[in-house]
Design a protein. Structure first.
Length: 166
């Protein structure tokens, strides 16, 4: 996997959180996600198709998601409120949409987001898709951006090393 596929998401998450949530984001070292390992409690999921195919997951612990949604919409919403899911969906939509804009030489489409709320849920993608976790910390707590792209496993390991060195 080309590390240039990961960098747009790092740039985008920083931009979206600073602009929409007034929060600085520290991005940790990207790593390969172990297949079948659980996400945090709240996940916004969006698909990409075209020249770049895969799935993007923005996943939060519940308390971090509640705080991020409150900052985003200007009021606190419980996780069971339908607008809570809409806000998480819009955040993953903005992160993916901004990253998509960085793929200027590629034709890329994104799907409508889905949101899952529940402890220890697992998001499975295609067996052909390698998933890279990008751990993040904002003013409200930790979260992760999972970037799953259709590439070979060896190339993904090279990508993690390239992104970590950048």
């Amino acid at each position: 996997m080309d590390h240039s596929y990961i960098l747009p998401f790092i740039k985008s998450i920083t931009n979206v959180f600073e602009t929409m949530l007034q929060s600085h984001v520290s991005v940790g070292k990207p790593s390969l996600k172990a297949s079948g390992s659980p996400c945090y409690d709240v996940s916004g999921i969006i698909g990409m198709s075209g020249d770049v195919e895969g799935t993007i997951v923005l996943s939060f612990p519940t308390d971090v998601a509640v705080t991020c949604v409150a900052k985003f919409v200007g009021m606190e919403l419980p996780p069971e409120h339908e607008d809570f899911a809409d806000a998480i969906g819009e955040l993953v939509n903005m992160v993916t949409g901004n990253a998509k804009a960085e793929f200027q030489d590629k034709k890329v489409n994104i799907t409508c987001p889905s949101v899952v709320v529940g402890q220890d849920h697992i998001v499975f993608g295609s067996k052909e898709v390698v998933c890279i976790d990008i751990p993040c910390e904002c003013d409200y707590g930790n979260f992760v951006v999972e970037v799953g792209l259709k590439q070979g496993t060896g190339a993904a390991k090279d990508s993690v090393a390239e992104v970590s060195a950048a």
